[in-house]
Design a binder for this molecule. Structure first.
Ligand SMILES: *Cc1c(COP(=O)(O)O)cnc(C)c1O
Length: 364
């Protein structure tokens, strides 16, 4: 039986709750109205408090824009940085840094592995004085989740500013950004709203800088009360509704509070899914103890990941397999961002077995 609507197991767009769709569908209002300005201020305060940050900037764009805004801030400094790379999104940070002309070195690990504090210490000991460290919290391409606390400890001890890409971790795991210099998020992944707002969390006051392109200048944005240009009031109200929902459920990520609407906690669902996948002999890229509860990456060789993805998609199961970096490595991912149910996982597991029988048979 093909589920209708399809079961969305993508890292974005993610399943959107009807209350969030309703908030988005209301007619736009003037972004200059007092009501909207107050609502935006309230939402910003809630978002910042939620993760222990001082402030948050909302940019009209996807997560990549938020990372560009961070790179622009780093370009104002004259110290060197270190970027950690163990997957696609770490590689993208390097690209952000190069395009912005930053001075940095890289610490590399193979895809699916994580960094031990000792690896980071060694890299910091070698290079010239390093002032900032930029890393991806959840490396979405593999599912590896970095231990932010241990990174923060190393940085704090050495007086290094820690900068994090939390785009796929925000809303899927508890996040504590106290002591984190700059961190990015987005509306369209773990918070489970529509894509289109990029978030940059910070603590320090940011001054405008004439050398940064206007749209990327977080200081300019702050000086204009967070609203220098036209924004999508629809996206802002949808994000607010998603945050309401997230907080009313006691968060589907942080393990306390009762699931509502039959939605189950992401950790429990992921443990069930991983256990069943392993039992059925699927190869999982990253071990459980270093993985996000919201992403599992399969290396289905000798099956073709794109063929599997298409076969499952035709049967109403949306997995992530089309990104270039997944195709190149023959990987396919199941993501649990937003609200999910055990029945969805059971449907997936049944189809995966069928898929292996069909695509794996010599006559296929
Ligand atoms: C998705 C993602 C991005 C890019 O975000 P877009 O919204 O696609 O621009 C950056 N970093 C991580 C870790 C991501 O998961």
């Amino acid at each position: 039986m093909t589920p209708n609507p399809p079961i969305n197991l993508l890292p974005g767009p993610v399943p959107i709750h009807p209350t969030v769709r309703e908030a988005f569908a209301a007619p736009p209002v003037s972004h200059r109205s007092e009501t909207f300005q107050r609502d935006l201020r309230d939402l910003s305060r809630r978002l910042a408090q939620w993760v222990g940050a001082g402030e948050v900037a909302l940019l009209l764009g996807s997560g990549t824009l938020a990372n560009d805004a961070v790179a622009a801030q780093l370009s104002r400094r004259d110290d060197r940085g270190l970027i950690l790379v163990n997957g696609e999104f770490g590689e993208r940070l390097v690209d952000h840094g190069r395009r912005m002309g930053l001075d940095f070195s890289c610490l590399q690990k193979p895809w699916g592995e994580t960094f031990e504090p000792a690896d980071v210490e060694t890299a910091l000991d070698q290079g010239p004085e390093i002032g900032w460290l930029w890393a991806v919290h959840c490396e979405t391409s593999t599912g590896v989740l970095h231990d932010v606390e241990s990174l923060a400890r190393v940085c704090r001890r050495r007086g290094i500013d820690l900068v994090l890409d939390c785009i796929s971790s925000l809303g899927t795991v508890p996040l504590d950004l106290r002591g984190v210099h700059l961190a990015t998020g987005s509306s369209g992944k773990g918070i489970a709203s529509f894509p289109g707002l990029g978030l940059v969390f910070h603590h320090h006051g940011i001054e405008p800088s004439p050398s940064i392109p206007r749209y990327l200048d977080l200081g300019y944005l702050a000086a204009k009360g967070g609203l220098p240009f036209t924004t999508s009031t629809n996206l802002v109200y949808a994000l607010r509704a998603a945050l309401d929902r997230h907080q009313a459920l006691g968060s589907w990520a942080d393990g306390d509070g009762a699931p509502a609407d039959g939605a189950a906690k992401v950790e429990g669902l992921m443990a069930f899914l991983r256990g069943e996948l392993e039992g059925a002999g699927w190869r999982i890229l990253a071990p459980t103890d270093v993985s996000s509860p919201a992403v599992v990456t399969l290396a289905p060789e000798p099956l073709s990941a794109p063929e599997m993805g298409e076969w499952l998609e035709a049967r109403g199961l949306w997995l992530s397999y089309r990104s270039e970096y997944l195709v190149r490595r023959n990987l396919i991912q199941v993501c649990l961002m937003g609200e999910h149910h055990r029945g969805e996982i059971e449907a997936l597991l049944a189809r995966l077995e069928e898929c292996r029988d069909v695509l794996g048979s010599p006559s296929a």
